[in-house]
Design a protein around this ligand. Structure first.
Ligand code: SF4
Length: 114
């Protein structure tokens, strides 16, 4: 892989919102969503750009990504673009979808998207 062309990993903090709002939080999480976080359309453009770059691993994190009402819509777009890797810090789970990652990442249990 040529790192002059693309990074190996891109991490998007989908929201600053997280019910726990831990004092040590790297994302400076707060209970509510920040008014300047990406809109759904802006997020879709970001995902398209990540897909166009063919970044092997794309992490959706936060805050708590599930605080975004559009998160499953965005994850479905990631699935279509084959770039998603989902992180849910509150539940301490890291669930990969399609990625360009080699095994064993693909062997991990995929999240069921409603
Ligand atoms: S659970 Fe994780 S994301 Fe949520 S406030 Fe704590 S450290 Fe931040």
């Amino acid at each position: 892989m040529n790192f002059d062309e693309r990074p190996f990993i891109a991490i998007w903090e989908t929201t600053q919102a997280c019910d726990l709002a831990c004092v040590h939080c790297r994302a400076c999480a707060q209970p509510g969503r920040h008014p300047l976080e990406l809109s759904t359309n802006e997020a879709k453009r970001l995902i398209d750009e990540i897909a166009a770059l063919q970044v092997p691993v794309f992490v959706l994190t936060g805050g708590d990504p599930l605080k975004r009402p559009d998160i499953f819509e965005l994850v479905k777009l990631c699935l279509r673009q084959q770039v998603a890797y989902f992180a849910d810090p509150q539940r301490d789970t890291f669930v990969p979808f399609h990625t360009r990652q080699p095994e064993p990442a693909r062997q991990m249990r995929p999240l069921r998207v409603p």
